[in-house]
Design a binder for this molecule. Structure first.
Ligand SMILES: Cc1ncc(COP(=O)(O)O)c(C=O)c1O
Length: 461
């Protein structure tokens, strides 16, 4: 490497996929090349990315929800530059950093009053790991209840509460004492709680892999049942938190809900420095850190680092100052209602669902067109889950909009626009969706040719 880091990177740009194939993950490179996603992005700003040829892309994937404020937000950059230039006494460890104290105070100011203690982490999965440990410690119980199709991260504790065998299989025994139930089914929860032996029930208010939303009343009922059984309610807001769904936290769509533990990450980083947090009640935290001997019984080396804290503080300020929670609410309603209208004309679309700027479109075998049904069956005989590429690939290659299917083995495409997106951005996306959904109904047609080719390649591979 040389002094001019950026120039040095630029000179190596043409080798980026080759380097990843050689040193990082060849299977991932193969997948990107197969669907034509092997672009050379050279710049990111706000809601957009630019490739080497100067093409502008609308980013609705946002780094899996990280770029809630868009890319390279000037206020976050400024805060980080200031922190670096100040030469702050970072991570002394045997002191109490001012930035962490202020970031914790700012974060809890958007939570119900009872949730007033913060443990800072470095990622979403680390927040979940901490939440599970805190719940076990506070209750003295081991069992954790979670939902089918849940996603809480991929380290072994979080994986133990992952609701898809695709992620769990091949990695051996995980945490003992976990128990899966269907989402939105209070009776199953009641049965799982019946022995009063569960430490916690953990769930996402909108499931990241399915975009399934908790039904009105479900969280409140889950809270009631958990309290009756002495079980803690953990709401994983790693993806839904910080304004994404049109409330500071998604559980706040239902005013009677006050979880015992809330997991946060992604957008808190401002898109720059990995950071997460667990927010909980003093009583719960005090059972974990219950003595001088136990005062760092749960800890991490990089938690509370000054750059992460600066990013978190600046992000919280921007979300509030620029009324991004309100924007997510209004723009999300606009996008979802127009997408549902467009979807109602496409026989493959079963539902548009979500909240705020986290919404998805679900596809299924059509019931009212023999031609489309036969095409669907032929494709699914080759590969389940490849149908989504008929939407995602032309969205990128023809309309310059970056998206991804929501999860493996699902037919859902999820959209996570930045909270700073405008109506023009949504119109760009909605116009593209109209065309792409119309193309799915042209048989024979280019969209079907592409996706059948892809499915055959997967089978061959
Ligand atoms: C709800 C939820 N929890 C936890 C995680 C894990 O976060 P990370 O990838 O930062 O570990 C994710 C990641 O997508 C998530 O959506």
């Amino acid at each position: 490497m040389q002094d001019d880091l950026i120039g040095w990177l630029e000179r190596h740009r043409s080798t980026q996929y080759e380097l990843h194939r050689e040193y990082i993950n060849p299977a991932f490179v193969k997948m990107l090349k197969a669907i034509g996603f092997d672009k050379n992005y050279v710049r990111g700003e706000g809601c957009y990315l630019w490739d080497q040829q100067g093409n502008k892309y609308l980013d609705l994937l946002t780094g899996w929800g990280v770029f809630m404020l868009g890319r390279n937000h000037p206020a976050i950059r400024r805060a980080l530059h200031q922190m670096i230039d100040a030469g702050s006494p970072n991570l002394v460890r045997m002191d109490c950093g001012i930035a962490a104290g202020l970031a914790a105070k700012a974060l809890v100011s958007h939570m119900p009053a009872g949730l007033s203690r913060v443990f800072f982490t470095n990622s979403g999965t680390e927040s979940v790991e901490a939440a599970l440990k805190f719940a076990r410690c506070a209750t003295g119980r081991e069992k954790i209840i979670y939902c089918d199709h849940a996603f809480h991260g991929l380290t072994t504790g979080s994986l133990a509460v992952n609701g898809a065998s695709f992620f769990r299989e091949r990695f051996g025994a995980l945490l003992p004492g976990t128990c899966a139930i269907p989402l939105n089914d209070p009776l199953s929860l009641e049965q799982a709680l019946a022995k009063h032996d569960a430490a916690a029930f953990i769930l996402e208010p909108i499931q990241g892999k399915t975009c399934q939303v908790v039904k009105d009343g479900y969280l409140a009922e889950a809270q009631r049942l958990c309290r009756k059984a002495g079980t803690l309610l953990i709401v994983d807001e790693v993806q839904t938190g910080l304004g994404r769904t049109g409330r500071w936290f998604c559980f706040q769509h239902w005013p009677e809900v006050e979880p015992d533990i809330v997991c946060v990450a992604k957008g808190l980083s401002g898109g720059f420095v990995p950071v997460g947090a667990v927010v909980t009640r003093p009583k719960i935290m005090d059972t974990v850190f219950d003595s001088l001997e136990h005062c760092v019984v749960h800890s991490n080396t990089f938690g509370q680092n000054d750059l992460a804290m600066a990013a978190a503080l600046a992000s919280l300020q921007v979300i509030e100052r620029d009324k991004l929670v309100e924007n997510a609410d209004q723009l999300g309603q606009y996008a979802m209602s127009r997408l549902a209208q467009t979807g109602s004309k496409c026989p493959f679309v079963t539902e548009v669902r979500g909240k705020g700027l986290m919404f998805g479109i679900d596809f299924a075998r059509p019931s009212n067109s023999l031609k489309l049904r036969l095409a669907w069956d032929a494709l699914h005989k080759l590969n389940f889950g490849v149908f989504g590429q008929m939407i995602v690939v032309p969205l990128l290659n023809k309309h310059h909009i970056l998206t991804q299917v929501a999860g493996y083995h699902t037919e859902v495409i999820k959209f996570l626009p930045p909270l700073i997106a405008t109506r023009q951005d949504m119109d760009w996306f909605l116009g593209a969706m109209e065309e792409v959904l119309a193309d799915t109904q042209r048989i024979p047609g280019a969209a079907w040719d592409t996706v059948m080719g892809l499915a055959k390649n997967v089978v061959r591979a």
